[in-house]
Design a binder for this molecule. Structure first.
Ligand code: ADP
Ligand code: MG
Length: 697
């Protein structure tokens, strides 16, 4: 008996004919390192060379073979020299057009020549044509094509010809057919439940579909054989996130139990009642924190849905149970604002709130650190400076992270480590105002439990959105005057493409000056990223107090600014911003009871993309709808950004195409782990390689 062969994922590419050191390097560029990789390198599309079509039945866009006779051939000069050949097959005629040809090649197209041509059919000036078809001479005795499979076209790189890839896949498939192993890693019970083909059958099919295959399904990537492979990949990712989650849950955490007396004291003093959605999310969180393992919960709530109150209430539960709570925001400005809010709510209850920022120096910093360490500070608000090495907590029970996706998965995990003490991990509550489409949430955040605040506080009136060219600036001035005359306030956001903060600040200063001149009766203030924190704070406070009528700002106000009396948002050059940012900015108004408006001012001409974005903004105010559109327009990588979020990179699956498989893949992952003999390791190794392929922060 021959020695057993190594499985194909351990079989080097050099085992294939035609792979030497040079080719090895090139193949590495497209991610091919072993023979199994070749099998998982799937065609982008397919050509049908299995049959000969009749010219009379051709449609533009088709890639087909035809058998034809040359009726006429002429070399002509337009802007360049070309050969124009008219051919027919009795059912119709067609033009062949060649730009590069030698004398000898031109001679092949003499009148009466019989040809088989393969190419894409396109509309031309005189009916349908093929440009540079693959052509060969035939005669009456030539049999029809003997290809019995559709021809795969592979993604490739410079210097790797389609024929090479076809030869490599031919050889790899041959190895597979003759005992080379690509292990079937899905248990039969799961394959049956989810109607999944056998892996090796699926691979054969996808690489060499039979000629009767449904080309349109294959083209869309939705054929059962393709689905089989995408499903396995999604399942592997779901498994890895489940395991990550299980691992987290094995860590001990402080059990936060109490009567909720402090929270009740706060709620009793509020001028309003929590919305049903806020109450539900608070309850979910409080019940998570009672457990002896760390909560990992993501709260999604559209702008203005009242996430801050949720944060304050759950922090009070931790404080009541004798633990410290930390609230962290991604920017100084937002953190400062949380600090103010928390002070307003907690000072009357006699609960000490501390502030820690990276900019704090000297005595102030030492005092803050001391208070945190000694446990005098019960709630600590700040930026990521909270997790620098010199910060020691007395007994940290809860970490609240606002605007999570600016921090990223890795930072999130790092924070968890940082907060650990004596092997005990604090609970984590992550809040985001950027609604995450479900498909993304299920892949990028599947290790978290998710709560949604899907209700806005009562009495909000919807924000009317208008889109106008900047030539109509006068009308905008009139609107600002009208709002301020009614005792309301307005924002003017300068969006600048300049990278430099200095230039942005300069431009915002210019705009503020011009607006102040144009609107002499209105007090105009300015905030931008280059101002000293104290100055910024003073301006924000003045705006909040209503002393300032119009606040000119760079996009620093995007997140978190809460001034319910502001009823008008003007965004200059709105065409430069993405949907998520526009939605965040618009969310700054419509927080009070007054009818509010958002003016999206653009500088023509608008690109198609910008037109589409502004249209979406005009039509919808639902953060989830907008996020979904954003995903459709920009794709998952762009929406969250690999770097920022640890978006998963898929090899075969495609989040927009395969979204409908996600639920099943996740259920299958659970079912897999429930099987007594389940070993997820080989699946993870096949699809995720050595590490989980999250983008690095
Ligand atoms: P976001 O979710 O965007 O962080 P905020 O927490 O800033 O929203 O809340 C927006 C505004 O709504 C604040 O002025 C807040 O005091 C107010 N608010 C929060 N909850 C309620 C409620 N249940 N009823 C009325 N107003 C509320
Ligand atoms: Mg907020």
């Amino acid at each position: 008996m021959a020695a057993p062969r190594p499985p194909l994922h351990e079989t080097p590419l050099t085992a294939l004919k035609g792979v030497g050191p040079k080719m090895l390097e090139k193949l590495a560029k497209i991610g091919l390192r072993n023979v199994q990789d070749v099998l998982f390198h799937l065609p982008l599309r397919y050509q049908d060379r299995t049959r000969v079509a009749r010219i009379g039945s051709l449609r533009p866009g088709e890639e087909v073979s035809i058998d034809c006779v040359v009726e006429q051939s002429s070399e002509i000069m337009r802007r360049r020299r070309m050969l124009v050949v008219r051919v027919s097959d009795g059912s119709g005629w067609l033009t062949l057009r060649l730009f590069h040809f030698s004398r000898a090649q031109a001679a092949n197209y003499h009148k009466g020549a019989q040809l088989r041509c393969f190419g894409e059919v396109r509309p031309g000036p005189n009916g349908l044509e093929m440009v540079h078809p693959e052509t060969r001479r035939i005669d009456d005795a030539t049999p029809p094509p003997d290809d019995d499979a559709l021809t795969p076209i592979y993604p490739t790189t410079e210097g790797v010809h389609q024929l090479t890839l076809r030869s490599l896949t031919d050889q790899a498939l041959e190895m597979l057919r003759t005992g080379g192993r690509v292990d079937e890693l899905l248990p039969a019970s799961l394959r049956a439940r989810y109607h999944l083909d056998d892996l090796s059958d699926a691979l054969h099919y996808v690489h060499r579909p039979p000629k009767e295959a449904e080309l349109h399904l294959l083209g869309e990537g939705t054929h059962p054989a393709q689905r089989r492979l995408a499903f396995e990949e999604l399942l592997a990712h779901a498994l890895s996130l489940r395991l990550l989650r299980q691992q987290t849950q094995r860590n001990p955490a402080p059990e936060i139990r109490g009567t909720g007396a402090l929270a009740t004291q706060l709620l009793d003093r509020l001028p309003f009642k929590p919305t049903g959605a806020q109450a539900r999310v608070i309850a979910e969180t409080v019940s998570d924190m009672q457990r002896a393992w760390p909560m990992q919960r993501l709260v999604q709530g559209d702008v203005g849905s009242g996430k801050t109150l949720v944060a304050v209430v759950v922090a009070l539960h931790a404080v009541e149970a004798g633990f410290q709570a930390v609230v962290m925001a991604p920017t100084e400005l937002l953190a400062e604002q949380h600090y103010q809010n928390f002070r307003t709510w907690l000072d009357p209850l006699g609960i000490p709130v501390a502030w820690l920022s990276g900019k704090q120096k000297g005595t102030a910093r030492r005092a803050a650190l001391e208070g945190i360490k000694e446990g005098h500070a019960r709630v600590i608000v700040g930026t990521h400076a909270l997790f620098q090495n010199d910060v020691e907590f007395d007994d940290l029970g809860l970490v609240i992270i606002d605007e999570q996706h600016r921090f990223g998965v890795h930072q999130r995990l790092a924070l968890r480590e940082k907060g650990a003490r004596d092997g005990r991990y604090p609970h984590q509550l992550i809040m985001t105002a950027t609604p995450i489409p479900r498909t993304l949430a299920m892949t990028a955040y599947a290790d978290l439990d998710v709560s949604v605040i899907d209700e806005l506080p009562p009495g909000r009136s919807p924000v009317t959105t208008v889109v106008i060219p900047d030539a109509r600036r006068e009308e905008v001035m009139t609107r600002i005057r009208a709002a301020c005359d009614q005792g309301r306030q307005a924002y003017w956001v300068c969006t600048l493409i300049e990278e430099s903060e200095a230039l942005q600040a300069q431009a915002a200063e210019d705009t503020a000056r011009i607006l102040a001149e144009t609107l002499p009766d209105i007090r105009v203030a300015l905030v931008h990223g280059r101002m000293k924190p104290a100055e910024k704070e003073a301006e924000m406070a003045a705006f909040k107090a209503g002393t300032t009528g119009l606040l000119v700002a760079t996009t620093v106000i995007e997140v978190g600014v809460d001034v319910p009396n502001a009823s008008l948002m003007v965004i200059e050059n709105a065409e430069r911003l993405g949907l998520a940012q526009l939605h965040q900015l618009r969310g700054r108004v419509g927080r009070g009871t007054a009818a509010s408006a958002c003016v999206l001012m653009y500088h023509p001409p608008l690109s198609d993309g910008a037109k589409e974005r502004l249209g979406v903004m005009r039509e919808s105010s639902d953060g989830f709808v907008i996020a979904q559109k954003d995903l459709e327009i920009r794709g998952p990588g762009e929406v969250l950004g690999t770097r920022q979020t640890g978006m998963v990179q898929f090899r075969i699956a495609d989040l927009s195409r395969d979204a409908h498989l996600l639920d099943a893949a996740r259920d299958a992952a659970d079912a897999f782990l429930d099987l007594p003999s389940a070993d997820p390791a080989p699946l993870l190794a096949r699809w995720l390689g050595d590490g989980v392929r999250y983008g690095d922060v």
